[in-house]
Design a protein around this ligand. Structure first.
Ligand SMILES: Cc1cc2nc3c(=O)[nH]c(=O)nc-3n(C[C@H](O)[C@H](O)[C@H](O)COP(=O)(O)O)c2cc1C
Ligand code: SF4
Length: 453
Protein backbone atom coordinates (compact mmCIF):
# COMPACT_ATOMS: atom_id res chain seq x y z
CA UNK A 1 0.00 0.00 0.00
CA UNK A 2 1.22 3.47 -0.84
CA UNK A 3 2.31 5.47 2.20
CA UNK A 4 -0.10 7.84 3.86
CA UNK A 5 0.46 11.36 5.11
CA UNK A 6 -0.31 12.04 8.76
CA UNK A 7 -1.48 15.63 8.80
CA UNK A 8 -1.44 17.27 12.23
CA UNK A 9 0.01 20.71 11.56
CA UNK A 10 -1.29 20.74 7.98
CA UNK A 11 -4.68 19.22 8.86
CA UNK A 12 -6.52 22.19 7.35
CA UNK A 13 -3.96 23.30 4.79
CA UNK A 14 -5.53 23.01 1.31
CA UNK A 15 -8.83 21.81 2.85
CA UNK A 16 -11.68 22.97 0.61
CA UNK A 17 -13.69 25.75 2.28
CA UNK A 18 -11.17 26.28 5.10
CA UNK A 19 -10.27 29.96 5.47
CA UNK A 20 -7.77 31.95 7.52
CA UNK A 21 -10.38 33.91 9.49
CA UNK A 22 -11.13 33.33 13.16
CA UNK A 23 -14.73 32.20 12.65
CA UNK A 24 -13.56 29.27 10.55
CA UNK A 25 -10.90 28.47 13.14
CA UNK A 26 -13.41 28.60 15.99
CA UNK A 27 -15.86 26.38 14.06
CA UNK A 28 -13.06 23.80 13.93
CA UNK A 29 -12.43 23.84 17.69
CA UNK A 30 -9.92 26.70 17.67
CA UNK A 31 -8.62 28.26 20.92
CA UNK A 32 -10.12 25.48 23.07
CA UNK A 33 -6.63 24.20 23.87
CA UNK A 34 -5.58 27.69 24.95
CA UNK A 35 -8.54 27.92 27.33
CA UNK A 36 -7.59 24.55 28.82
CA UNK A 37 -3.91 25.51 29.02
CA UNK A 38 -4.63 28.72 30.92
CA UNK A 39 -6.09 26.63 33.72
CA UNK A 40 -2.86 24.66 34.11
CA UNK A 41 0.30 25.78 35.87
CA UNK A 42 2.88 27.21 33.43
CA UNK A 43 5.56 24.82 34.69
CA UNK A 44 3.27 21.85 33.97
CA UNK A 45 2.89 23.01 30.37
CA UNK A 46 6.68 23.31 30.06
CA UNK A 47 6.93 19.76 31.37
CA UNK A 48 4.48 18.51 28.72
CA UNK A 49 6.60 20.09 26.00
CA UNK A 50 9.74 18.58 27.52
CA UNK A 51 8.11 15.13 27.77
CA UNK A 52 6.88 15.34 24.18
CA UNK A 53 10.47 15.22 22.92
CA UNK A 54 9.63 17.92 20.35
CA UNK A 55 12.69 19.17 18.50
CA UNK A 56 12.89 22.59 16.86
CA UNK A 57 11.69 22.72 13.26
CA UNK A 58 13.83 25.72 12.26
CA UNK A 59 16.73 23.57 11.07
CA UNK A 60 19.03 22.80 13.99
CA UNK A 61 16.62 20.31 15.61
CA UNK A 62 17.40 21.30 19.21
CA UNK A 63 14.93 19.91 21.83
CA UNK A 64 12.32 22.61 22.48
CA UNK A 65 11.57 21.67 26.11
CA UNK A 66 15.28 21.78 26.91
CA UNK A 67 15.61 25.24 25.33
CA UNK A 68 12.73 26.46 27.47
CA UNK A 69 14.49 25.02 30.56
CA UNK A 70 17.53 27.18 29.86
CA UNK A 71 15.46 30.37 30.38
CA UNK A 72 16.99 32.59 33.05
CA UNK A 73 13.95 33.00 35.29
CA UNK A 74 15.91 34.42 38.23
CA UNK A 75 17.04 37.64 36.54
CA UNK A 76 13.73 39.39 37.24
CA UNK A 77 13.83 40.82 33.70
CA UNK A 78 10.84 40.44 31.37
CA UNK A 79 10.78 37.27 29.29
CA UNK A 80 10.13 37.50 25.53
CA UNK A 81 8.87 34.98 23.01
CA UNK A 82 9.91 35.39 19.40
CA UNK A 83 8.46 33.41 16.50
CA UNK A 84 10.98 32.98 13.71
CA UNK A 85 9.02 33.35 10.46
CA UNK A 86 11.99 34.40 8.35
CA UNK A 87 12.01 31.15 6.32
CA UNK A 88 14.77 31.93 3.84
CA UNK A 89 16.67 28.69 3.34
CA UNK A 90 16.47 27.75 -0.35
CA UNK A 91 14.22 24.71 -0.76
CA UNK A 92 12.20 25.46 2.37
CA UNK A 93 8.57 26.52 2.07
CA UNK A 94 6.65 24.97 4.96
CA UNK A 95 6.16 27.81 7.47
CA UNK A 96 4.56 30.16 4.98
CA UNK A 97 1.74 27.67 4.32
CA UNK A 98 0.83 27.71 8.02
CA UNK A 99 0.87 31.51 7.99
CA UNK A 100 -1.14 31.84 4.78
CA UNK A 101 -3.68 29.10 5.38
CA UNK A 102 -3.99 28.58 9.14
CA UNK A 103 -2.57 31.63 10.96
CA UNK A 104 -4.67 31.11 14.10
CA UNK A 105 -3.03 27.74 14.66
CA UNK A 106 0.25 29.61 15.04
CA UNK A 107 -1.28 32.35 17.21
CA UNK A 108 -2.88 29.80 19.52
CA UNK A 109 0.42 27.89 19.72
CA UNK A 110 2.21 31.14 20.53
CA UNK A 111 -0.32 32.17 23.20
CA UNK A 112 0.05 28.78 24.92
CA UNK A 113 3.86 28.90 24.65
CA UNK A 114 3.99 32.50 25.93
CA UNK A 115 1.88 31.54 28.95
CA UNK A 116 4.03 28.43 29.56
CA UNK A 117 7.26 30.43 29.65
CA UNK A 118 5.48 33.48 31.20
CA UNK A 119 6.50 35.86 28.43
CA UNK A 120 5.41 39.48 28.80
CA UNK A 121 5.42 40.18 25.08
CA UNK A 122 5.65 38.08 21.91
CA UNK A 123 6.88 38.95 18.41
CA UNK A 124 6.53 37.35 15.01
CA UNK A 125 9.59 38.23 12.95
CA UNK A 126 8.56 37.72 9.34
CA UNK A 127 10.59 37.99 6.17
CA UNK A 128 10.05 41.34 4.45
CA UNK A 129 9.08 39.72 1.14
CA UNK A 130 6.13 37.92 2.76
CA UNK A 131 3.91 40.98 2.45
CA UNK A 132 0.71 38.97 2.31
CA UNK A 133 1.86 36.78 5.18
CA UNK A 134 2.42 39.83 7.38
CA UNK A 135 -1.02 41.22 6.47
CA UNK A 136 -2.72 37.90 7.19
CA UNK A 137 -0.99 37.66 10.56
CA UNK A 138 -1.86 41.25 11.50
CA UNK A 139 -5.52 40.62 10.69
CA UNK A 140 -5.50 37.34 12.62
CA UNK A 141 -3.88 39.03 15.64
CA UNK A 142 -6.56 41.76 15.61
CA UNK A 143 -9.26 39.08 15.46
CA UNK A 144 -7.69 37.11 18.30
CA UNK A 145 -7.24 40.27 20.40
CA UNK A 146 -10.87 41.30 19.83
CA UNK A 147 -12.02 37.93 21.15
CA UNK A 148 -9.70 38.08 24.18
CA UNK A 149 -7.33 35.27 23.12
CA UNK A 150 -4.32 37.60 23.27
CA UNK A 151 -3.74 40.99 24.89
CA UNK A 152 -4.93 42.00 28.36
CA UNK A 153 -6.31 39.37 30.76
CA UNK A 154 -6.44 36.53 28.24
CA UNK A 155 -9.75 34.63 28.54
CA UNK A 156 -10.21 36.18 32.00
CA UNK A 157 -7.20 34.29 33.35
CA UNK A 158 -5.37 37.36 34.66
CA UNK A 159 -2.46 36.60 32.29
CA UNK A 160 -1.64 39.24 29.66
CA UNK A 161 0.61 39.01 26.61
CA UNK A 162 0.32 40.62 23.22
CA UNK A 163 1.80 39.66 19.85
CA UNK A 164 3.41 42.11 17.44
CA UNK A 165 4.36 41.40 13.81
CA UNK A 166 7.80 42.72 12.84
CA UNK A 167 8.76 42.71 9.17
CA UNK A 168 12.41 42.05 8.34
CA UNK A 169 14.28 43.54 5.41
CA UNK A 170 14.73 40.21 3.61
CA UNK A 171 18.14 38.90 4.63
CA UNK A 172 18.89 35.22 5.16
CA UNK A 173 21.07 36.02 8.15
CA UNK A 174 18.11 37.60 9.95
CA UNK A 175 16.75 34.04 10.27
CA UNK A 176 19.70 33.15 12.51
CA UNK A 177 18.27 33.69 15.98
CA UNK A 178 20.75 36.22 17.33
CA UNK A 179 20.88 38.10 14.01
CA UNK A 180 17.10 38.17 14.21
CA UNK A 181 17.21 39.60 17.74
CA UNK A 182 19.64 42.33 16.65
CA UNK A 183 17.35 43.19 13.75
CA UNK A 184 14.32 43.21 16.06
CA UNK A 185 16.19 45.72 18.23
CA UNK A 186 16.47 47.95 15.18
CA UNK A 187 20.11 47.20 14.40
CA UNK A 188 21.94 45.54 11.52
CA UNK A 189 21.26 41.77 11.58
CA UNK A 190 24.70 40.70 12.81
CA UNK A 191 24.67 37.37 14.67
CA UNK A 192 25.98 37.55 18.23
CA UNK A 193 28.78 35.48 19.73
CA UNK A 194 27.49 32.57 21.85
CA UNK A 195 28.40 32.43 24.73
CA UNK A 196 27.51 34.76 26.37
CA UNK A 197 24.58 35.79 24.16
CA UNK A 198 22.46 32.67 24.41
CA UNK A 199 18.98 34.09 23.82
CA UNK A 200 17.47 32.18 26.76
CA UNK A 201 19.77 34.20 29.02
CA UNK A 202 20.73 37.36 27.12
CA UNK A 203 18.31 37.78 24.23
CA UNK A 204 16.09 40.63 23.14
CA UNK A 205 17.07 43.85 24.97
CA UNK A 206 19.47 41.63 26.98
CA UNK A 207 16.46 39.86 28.52
CA UNK A 208 15.70 36.11 28.56
CA UNK A 209 14.16 35.26 25.19
CA UNK A 210 12.90 32.13 23.48
CA UNK A 211 13.19 32.06 19.70
CA UNK A 212 11.22 29.26 18.07
CA UNK A 213 10.24 28.43 14.53
CA UNK A 214 6.65 28.78 13.17
CA UNK A 215 6.12 25.02 12.89
CA UNK A 216 7.61 24.40 16.36
CA UNK A 217 5.24 26.86 18.03
CA UNK A 218 2.28 25.46 16.09
CA UNK A 219 3.17 21.95 17.35
CA UNK A 220 2.87 23.15 20.98
CA UNK A 221 -0.90 23.39 20.63
CA UNK A 222 -1.09 19.71 19.65
CA UNK A 223 1.28 18.63 22.43
CA UNK A 224 -0.91 20.29 25.06
CA UNK A 225 -4.04 18.89 23.45
CA UNK A 226 -2.84 15.28 23.41
CA UNK A 227 -0.35 15.41 26.32
CA UNK A 228 3.43 15.21 26.07
CA UNK A 229 3.67 11.46 26.63
CA UNK A 230 1.05 10.71 23.97
CA UNK A 231 2.81 13.04 21.50
CA UNK A 232 6.11 11.27 22.21
CA UNK A 233 4.56 8.04 20.88
CA UNK A 234 4.41 9.58 17.40
CA UNK A 235 7.62 9.18 15.45
CA UNK A 236 10.84 7.56 16.65
CA UNK A 237 13.14 7.79 19.65
CA UNK A 238 14.90 11.14 19.50
CA UNK A 239 12.63 12.51 16.77
CA UNK A 240 8.98 12.69 17.75
CA UNK A 241 5.94 14.04 15.91
CA UNK A 242 5.56 14.67 12.22
CA UNK A 243 7.73 16.49 9.70
CA UNK A 244 6.61 18.52 6.75
CA UNK A 245 8.68 17.66 3.71
CA UNK A 246 8.69 20.43 1.15
CA UNK A 247 9.72 18.58 -2.00
CA UNK A 248 10.92 20.65 -4.95
CA UNK A 249 12.81 19.92 -8.14
CA UNK A 250 12.64 17.02 -10.57
CA UNK A 251 9.62 15.04 -9.37
CA UNK A 252 6.19 14.70 -10.93
CA UNK A 253 4.31 16.12 -7.94
CA UNK A 254 6.38 18.60 -5.99
CA UNK A 255 4.69 20.03 -2.90
CA UNK A 256 4.44 19.62 0.86
CA UNK A 257 3.79 16.33 2.59
CA UNK A 258 3.40 15.80 6.34
CA UNK A 259 4.81 12.45 7.44
CA UNK A 260 5.14 10.84 10.85
CA UNK A 261 8.87 10.75 11.63
CA UNK A 262 10.39 7.44 10.56
CA UNK A 263 7.14 5.98 9.19
CA UNK A 264 8.28 5.93 5.55
CA UNK A 265 11.41 6.13 3.45
CA UNK A 266 12.66 8.72 1.00
CA UNK A 267 11.88 6.25 -1.79
CA UNK A 268 8.23 6.07 -0.70
CA UNK A 269 7.99 9.84 -0.41
CA UNK A 270 9.55 10.43 -3.83
CA UNK A 271 7.79 7.63 -5.73
CA UNK A 272 4.42 7.15 -3.98
CA UNK A 273 3.58 10.71 -2.97
CA UNK A 274 5.67 12.74 -5.42
CA UNK A 275 5.02 10.47 -8.41
CA UNK A 276 8.66 9.57 -9.17
CA UNK A 277 11.06 11.19 -11.64
CA UNK A 278 10.02 13.15 -14.72
CA UNK A 279 9.37 10.99 -17.85
CA UNK A 280 12.50 9.28 -19.14
CA UNK A 281 14.66 10.54 -16.26
CA UNK A 282 16.43 8.96 -13.27
CA UNK A 283 17.06 10.47 -9.85
CA UNK A 284 20.63 11.62 -9.41
CA UNK A 285 20.95 13.59 -6.17
CA UNK A 286 18.96 14.75 -3.18
CA UNK A 287 19.49 17.63 -0.77
CA UNK A 288 17.34 16.36 2.11
CA UNK A 289 16.64 19.26 4.45
CA UNK A 290 17.19 22.71 2.96
CA UNK A 291 20.11 23.84 0.80
CA UNK A 292 22.69 23.84 3.59
CA UNK A 293 22.32 20.12 4.37
CA UNK A 294 24.78 17.66 2.88
CA UNK A 295 23.85 16.28 -0.53
CA UNK A 296 23.17 12.55 -1.11
CA UNK A 297 23.87 10.69 -4.34
CA UNK A 298 21.51 8.08 -5.70
CA UNK A 299 23.47 4.86 -6.11
CA UNK A 300 25.71 5.37 -3.08
CA UNK A 301 25.35 3.04 -0.08
CA UNK A 302 25.10 4.01 3.56
CA UNK A 303 26.15 1.43 6.11
CA UNK A 304 26.46 1.30 9.88
CA UNK A 305 24.58 0.42 13.03
CA UNK A 306 21.38 2.33 13.59
CA UNK A 307 21.72 4.54 16.71
CA UNK A 308 18.18 3.71 17.88
CA UNK A 309 18.01 -0.04 17.31
CA UNK A 310 21.65 -1.09 17.12
CA UNK A 311 20.68 -3.01 13.96
CA UNK A 312 23.12 -2.95 11.05
CA UNK A 313 21.84 -1.09 7.98
CA UNK A 314 22.86 -0.99 4.35
CA UNK A 315 20.76 1.59 2.54
CA UNK A 316 20.58 3.46 -0.72
CA UNK A 317 19.02 6.95 -0.68
CA UNK A 318 15.60 5.41 -1.37
CA UNK A 319 15.83 3.26 1.79
CA UNK A 320 16.59 6.05 4.29
CA UNK A 321 13.74 6.49 6.78
CA UNK A 322 12.32 10.01 7.02
CA UNK A 323 13.60 10.93 10.45
CA UNK A 324 16.42 13.00 11.87
CA UNK A 325 18.21 10.07 13.50
CA UNK A 326 18.44 7.96 10.32
CA UNK A 327 19.52 10.91 8.18
CA UNK A 328 22.25 11.77 10.67
CA UNK A 329 23.41 8.15 10.53
CA UNK A 330 23.81 8.67 6.76
CA UNK A 331 26.02 11.74 7.24
CA UNK A 332 23.46 14.45 6.58
CA UNK A 333 20.59 16.23 8.35
CA UNK A 334 16.83 16.53 8.28
CA UNK A 335 17.17 20.30 8.71
CA UNK A 336 13.99 22.05 7.65
CA UNK A 337 12.70 19.12 5.58
CA UNK A 338 13.09 21.17 2.39
CA UNK A 339 14.06 18.34 0.02
CA UNK A 340 15.52 19.34 -3.33
CA UNK A 341 15.48 16.56 -5.93
CA UNK A 342 17.79 16.50 -8.95
CA UNK A 343 17.62 14.09 -11.88
CA UNK A 344 20.26 12.94 -14.37
CA UNK A 345 19.86 16.10 -16.45
CA UNK A 346 21.49 18.10 -13.64
CA UNK A 347 24.98 19.53 -13.92
CA UNK A 348 26.41 19.45 -10.38
CA UNK A 349 28.84 22.26 -11.10
CA UNK A 350 25.92 24.51 -11.93
CA UNK A 351 24.25 23.41 -8.70
CA UNK A 352 27.17 24.34 -6.49
CA UNK A 353 27.65 27.63 -8.35
CA UNK A 354 23.99 28.43 -7.75
CA UNK A 355 24.28 27.67 -4.03
CA UNK A 356 27.50 29.63 -3.64
CA UNK A 357 25.92 32.65 -5.37
CA UNK A 358 23.27 32.57 -2.65
CA UNK A 359 25.53 31.97 0.34
CA UNK A 360 28.15 34.44 -0.87
CA UNK A 361 25.49 37.12 -1.25
CA UNK A 362 23.98 36.43 2.18
CA UNK A 363 27.15 36.36 4.32
CA UNK A 364 26.90 39.26 6.78
CA UNK A 365 30.65 39.80 6.57
CA UNK A 366 31.53 39.78 10.28
CA UNK A 367 33.88 36.76 10.20
CA UNK A 368 36.83 36.65 7.81
CA UNK A 369 36.55 32.92 6.91
CA UNK A 370 32.88 33.27 5.95
CA UNK A 371 33.13 36.68 4.31
CA UNK A 372 36.24 35.93 2.23
CA UNK A 373 35.62 32.20 1.78
CA UNK A 374 32.04 32.44 0.58
CA UNK A 375 32.87 35.20 -1.89
CA UNK A 376 35.90 33.29 -3.14
CA UNK A 377 33.80 30.15 -3.59
CA UNK A 378 31.14 32.15 -5.36
CA UNK A 379 33.61 33.67 -7.82
CA UNK A 380 35.41 30.39 -8.32
CA UNK A 381 32.35 28.25 -8.98
CA UNK A 382 30.88 30.89 -11.30
CA UNK A 383 34.13 30.92 -13.25
CA UNK A 384 34.14 27.11 -13.38
CA UNK A 385 30.67 27.06 -14.94
CA UNK A 386 31.94 29.47 -17.61
CA UNK A 387 34.51 26.92 -18.77
CA UNK A 388 37.53 28.38 -16.99
CA UNK A 389 38.05 25.68 -14.39
CA UNK A 390 41.47 24.29 -13.54
CA UNK A 391 41.72 20.70 -12.24
CA UNK A 392 43.30 21.99 -9.01
CA UNK A 393 40.22 24.15 -8.36
CA UNK A 394 38.31 21.08 -7.17
CA UNK A 395 40.70 20.46 -4.25
CA UNK A 396 41.04 24.19 -3.62
CA UNK A 397 37.26 24.49 -3.30
CA UNK A 398 37.20 21.77 -0.66
CA UNK A 399 40.15 23.35 1.14
CA UNK A 400 38.40 26.72 1.37
CA UNK A 401 35.25 25.05 2.73
CA UNK A 402 37.32 23.19 5.35
CA UNK A 403 38.83 26.50 6.48
CA UNK A 404 35.38 28.01 7.00
CA UNK A 405 33.73 25.17 8.92
CA UNK A 406 33.86 25.62 12.70
CA UNK A 407 35.64 28.99 12.52
CA UNK A 408 32.75 31.42 12.43
CA UNK A 409 30.34 33.20 14.75
CA UNK A 410 27.22 31.57 13.34
CA UNK A 411 26.24 28.44 11.41
CA UNK A 412 26.14 30.32 8.11
CA UNK A 413 29.77 29.17 7.93
CA UNK A 414 28.66 25.53 7.97
CA UNK A 415 25.86 26.35 5.52
CA UNK A 416 28.55 27.41 3.03
CA UNK A 417 30.96 24.61 3.84
CA UNK A 418 28.69 21.55 3.94
CA UNK A 419 27.36 21.72 0.37
CA UNK A 420 30.91 22.15 -0.99
CA UNK A 421 32.38 19.35 1.12
CA UNK A 422 29.59 16.92 0.28
CA UNK A 423 29.73 17.77 -3.44
CA UNK A 424 33.45 17.12 -3.32
CA UNK A 425 32.93 13.74 -1.66
CA UNK A 426 30.16 12.61 -4.00
CA UNK A 427 30.73 14.33 -7.35
CA UNK A 428 34.45 14.97 -7.60
CA UNK A 429 34.72 12.65 -10.61
CA UNK A 430 31.97 14.54 -12.42
CA UNK A 431 33.76 17.83 -11.76
CA UNK A 432 37.11 16.52 -13.02
CA UNK A 433 35.48 14.96 -16.07
CA UNK A 434 33.76 18.20 -16.91
CA UNK A 435 36.99 20.16 -16.51
CA UNK A 436 38.85 17.68 -18.73
CA UNK A 437 36.28 18.20 -21.47
CA UNK A 438 35.79 21.96 -21.24
CA UNK A 439 35.09 23.37 -24.64
CA UNK A 440 34.41 20.13 -26.48
CA UNK A 441 30.66 20.53 -26.42
CA UNK A 442 29.93 18.76 -23.14
CA UNK A 443 28.24 21.21 -20.81
CA UNK A 444 28.19 24.99 -20.89
CA UNK A 445 31.33 26.63 -22.18
CA UNK A 446 31.85 30.34 -22.52
CA UNK A 447 35.46 31.17 -23.38
CA UNK A 448 34.71 34.85 -22.95
CA UNK A 449 33.04 34.28 -19.58
CA UNK A 450 34.36 34.86 -16.12
CA UNK A 451 38.13 35.61 -16.14
CA UNK A 452 40.56 33.49 -14.15
CA UNK A 453 40.96 34.62 -10.54
C1 LIG B 1 22.02 31.39 8.57
C2 LIG B 1 20.87 30.85 9.34
C3 LIG B 1 19.57 31.11 8.91
C4 LIG B 1 18.47 30.63 9.64
N1 LIG B 1 17.21 30.88 9.16
C5 LIG B 1 16.15 30.42 9.89
C6 LIG B 1 14.82 30.71 9.45
O1 LIG B 1 14.60 31.35 8.43
N2 LIG B 1 13.79 30.24 10.21
C7 LIG B 1 14.00 29.53 11.38
O2 LIG B 1 13.05 29.15 12.05
N3 LIG B 1 15.24 29.25 11.80
C8 LIG B 1 16.31 29.70 11.09
N4 LIG B 1 17.57 29.43 11.54
C9 LIG B 1 17.72 28.70 12.83
C10 LIG B 1 17.56 29.70 13.98
O3 LIG B 1 18.82 30.28 14.26
C11 LIG B 1 17.07 29.03 15.25
O4 LIG B 1 17.84 27.91 15.51
C12 LIG B 1 15.61 28.61 15.15
O5 LIG B 1 14.77 29.67 14.78
C13 LIG B 1 15.18 28.08 16.51
O6 LIG B 1 13.86 27.63 16.44
P1 LIG B 1 13.49 26.11 16.72
O7 LIG B 1 14.22 25.71 17.99
O8 LIG B 1 12.03 26.13 16.88
O9 LIG B 1 13.97 25.34 15.56
C14 LIG B 1 18.68 29.88 10.82
C15 LIG B 1 19.99 29.61 11.25
C16 LIG B 1 21.06 30.09 10.50
C17 LIG B 1 22.45 29.77 10.98
S1 SF4 C 1 29.42 33.09 9.78
FE1 SF4 C 1 29.08 34.49 8.10
S2 SF4 C 1 26.98 35.12 8.32
FE2 SF4 C 1 27.57 34.22 10.31
S3 SF4 C 1 28.32 35.92 11.53
FE3 SF4 C 1 30.08 35.13 10.44
S4 SF4 C 1 30.23 36.35 8.55
FE4 SF4 C 1 28.19 36.65 9.41
Amino acid sequence: MAIQERRIIYKHVDEPGYTADIDCYLRNGGYEVLKKALQAKPEDLCKEVFDSGLTGRGGAGFPTGMKWKFLDRKSGKPIYLVCNADESEPGTFKDRQIIYQDPHQLIEGMAISAYAIQAKQAFIYIRGEFINGARILETAIEEARAKGFIGEDICGSGYSCDIVVHRGAGAYICGEETGLIESLEGKRGYPRIKPPYFPAVLGLYQCPTIVNNVETLSQVKHIIEMGGTEFAKIGVKGDTGTHIFGVSGHVQRPGYYEIEAGSATFGELLYDLCGGPLPGRKFKALIPGGSSTKILRFGERFTGKHPNTGEPFDWGVEDIPLDAISLRACGTFLGTGGSIVMDDSTDMMEVIANLMAFYGHESCGQCTPCREGSLWLNKMTTRMTCGHARPEDVDLMKNIADQIEGRTICAHGEAVAWPVQSHYNKFKDEYLDKIAHQGDGRGRYNPNGYPLI
